[in-house]
Design a protein around this ligand. Sequence first.
Ligand code: NAP
Length: 243
Amino acid sequence: MLNGKTAIITGASRGIGAAVARKLSSLGADTALVCAGKIDLAEAVSAECRSLGVRSKSYLCDVADFQAAKELVGQVKKDFGGVDLLVNNAGITRDGLILTMSEADFDAVLDVNLKGAFHMIRHCAPLFLRQKRGAIVNLSSVAGLMGNPGQGNYAASKAGLIGLTKTVARELASRGITCNAVAPGFIDTDMTRALPLDREELLKTIPLGRVGTPEEVAQAVVFLLEAGYITGEVLRVDGGIAM
Ligand code: NAP
């Protein structure tokens, strides 16, 4: 069902986005990999995808920039002949307690995590509507469901994505277009490796007793991209943290 489709995956140079790109390629989809600066990493992932016999290209684009996102979608359409799937995975953190968080850190996280997804959906939706098909998955987080001390900006962006997901799902459902979210818990990537955490204490908060892998999140993303009768859903991949 994903065979021959074209997917845009933002934040695909590493971590969860790279795992989604690899998984989609293994299922026969062509992939447009988007990153913010680490184009060498994105190109390496793209080469892995091509080695699986599908088309893949890497692109530099700051998804927080409305116009740049528009140009990106236009370029992908030109390069691949269309766009069928969108995975809004690009994300950043700028952690800090509310009492000390700067306006710049709040804005930066909202601009990439939430507005970036809006920009990509805004520019892909007209294509999806014309085709009367398309599927979107947004990467939210358990922080958006539960809150997390030190992550007011991040949790707000991820909770905002859930509202955006459900609204887009309702607005586009009549044309057969789905929009869902995945809410990962603690996944082993650069993002979490950068956190100053006591790993043993952390594992005590996870019912399954371990952190997740990017591949486990990718599996859920691909499931939702394929599932034609699920829309507006938020699927946790969190080892039970937020149950
Ligand atoms: P990561 O390893 O830190 O990778 C972030 C990716 O986003 C990179 O490809 C980066 O590109 C890209 N990116 C950052 N800013 C961008 C921008 N302005 N425009 C375009 N691309 C941009 O992240 P991850 O851990 O895989 O997380 C992926 C998503 O899952 C994020 O939305 C994150 O919030 C969410 N999530 C992660 C976890 C977790 O435990 N890891 C948990 C819950 C939710 P460059 O490489 O070029 O910088």
